[in-house]
Structures are given as C-alpha cells and as structure tokens.
Design a protein around this ligand. Sequence first.
Ligand code: SAH
Ligand code: AVI
Length: 329
Amino acid sequence: MTALARPAIRPEAAQSVTATFAADVLEGLAATPKRLPAKYFYDDAGSRLFERITRLPEYYPTRTELRILESSAQSIVRFADPGAALIEFGSGSTAKARLLLRHMASVRAYVPVDISADFMNGEAARLQADFPALQVLPVAADFTGAFQLPAAVRAGPRIGFFPGSTIGNLEPYEVTGFLRRARRVLGRAAAFVVGVDLVKDPDVLYAAYNDSEGVTAKFNRNLLVRINRELGADFDVSAFEHHAFYNRELRRIEMHLASLRRQKARILGKCFEFRAGETIHTENSYKYGIESFAAFARGAGWSIGAVWTDPERYFSVQALVPETGGRRI
Ligand code: SAH
Ligand code: AVI
C-alpha cells in the first residue's frame, strides 16, 4: 500500500539529491573522526524539530534576533532599493521575513531558498496566502553550491537576508566563498542582511544546545532516523547519545552523536564500526565577535553598513553592503 503512495518514477532532481546525500554520508562515516554534514538535519521532521528548538526557553538566538528585527525593521529595510526582491537564504518558517515584509512597502517578490523542500513549500504557500499581492517564488536548493534565482527576479534590485546565524553552521574557511557567491546571486549593488550569533558566557551557550526537554537531542538523532529511512540503513538510533559542548578555542558549539556501545551499522551495503564512546560530529555552530565577522565580510568584498544588537550583545544583525557603498546608514 505504501509503495503506491510514492510516484513510480522519481523526478531526476530528487534522485540526484538522494545520490548526493548518500555519497556525503558514506564519505563522512568513512572519515576519521566520523562526521556528517549539518545541512542534512533538515528533512521535514528536522525542520519541524528546529521550529520547536526556536521556542525553547534556553534557545536565546531566535527570540533575541526577532526582538532586534522588530525594533530596527525601519532602518534595516532602508538597505533595500525601491521595488527590491527579498531573497532569504535558509528561510525555515519565514517568520523573520514576514516581519521585514510588513515594513517593505514596495517589495516586488519574496524568494525563500531552502534545502528542506517540502517544509519550505508549505511555509511559502502560507506566506503567499497572507501576502496575496506579493510574488512568492520558492527555490529548493543547497545554498552552499551554485543555484539560480527565478527568472522574474534575476534583473532588478534585490536584497539578501540570511537570519538565524545559519552562517555559523558553515566552517570559517567556507564563509568567504559563500559570501562571495551571495554577492553574485544578489547583484553588485545589493545589501545582505545577516544574523550573526556572538561569543558569550559559555554557560548560556551550553544550555542553548542542551535543553531540558531534550528537543535538541531529538533533532540531532533525527539525522540517523533520516539515514535509516532514506538510505535503508540499520542504525540503532537509541544507542547514540546527544553530546553538545562549547569549544572555547574554536569559539563554536560542537554537536556529536556518541555511540553508547561497540556496534555496527550497515548503509548501502557498507558496514561502519563504532567503538563505545566514539562520536559522529554532526554540527558546528560558530560564534563571532563583531570585528571578527567584519574581517570575513571584507575578505569577500563586503563592508559593514550597519550593525544592530540586543542590550546584552548576545546576537547581531548586520547589513553587509558592497565594499564601495557605505550608503543609507
Ligand atoms: N531562517 C530561519 C531558519 C534557520 S534554520 C530562522 O532564522 O529561524 C536553518 C535553515 O536553513 C533551515 O530551514 C534549513 O533547512 C536551511 N538550510 C541549512 N543548510 C542549508 C543549505 N546548505 N542550503 C539551503 N538551506 C539550508
Ligand atoms: C540553524 N542553526 C543556526 C542552529 C544553530 O544554533 O546552530 C541549528 C541548531 N542546532 C542545534 N540547535 C539549533
């Protein structure tokens, strides 16, 4: 019965997504130490778990960034040219874009870009219903690679939006390349509004990734659930434990899945062995200083047009502008 629920011929795009996922999983688990790319957290269940994380009392980034966006929306949207299209990288629930859109009188279109295609399409449809006059043009893509904007927004003014400190999930060596590519996607005159989580008390950071309800642990383990379902693997998910800690030297939260015992898992005909206590490194979440992030932006041809923070300086929203243009501040 369930077989009938799936299309008989899977679209080519979906096949290549699965092939890339399979190749990345096999490569990561064959590496020492074992690792898996954090972008694969976000299947539909992962996206829903992330939304639960955003509402946890310990997870300060979402509510802090929302407050910054609320109090500074008027000055943030001044970085958009009249008639601009708002392009959001890693759009998730679109809650933060909704907030900006309410202040962007002449916005032409909204383009959410996200790897979690089904979740994004659902959120885009809800947003379209709430903003009927707006062109909503979702793009299912991995923003760490090349992707094309819809034809309707390839010309004309654009403004980029990358909230959530998702940029912190990229390795520092990837950030410059990402910011350079974003400049090409957005066009040379565009601004790029980026949410950047800041270095702070390690206890606050630790609690944010070790919530008392265990939602972050479930989000972490869901990666193995996904590998079992999509790649036919046989991970005993309950035999892996969530580990998250702050690495002070590298200024990052590290998330791992630690094997509770000696065990094996088979994936696509390959067998992977785990020692008791051995971990799979699943995510880094880098924390920046205002100045250290500015150095990355400069290295990619951007300069900082404005920075907004909360009173405790937990989180920052930064308007990156082309290096020559310190405009509209
Ligand atoms: N912008 C939202 C969601 C942040 S969660 C917020 O601030 O609350 C990170 C989002 O980025 C998820 O929706 C995830 O699916 C998406 N994402 C993560 N890595 C991605 C990648 N490489 N390409 C495209 N989307 C990605
Ligand atoms: C999406 N990203 C910025 C989140 C973060 O805080 O690094 C993902 C997350 N991982 C665990 N909790 C939330």
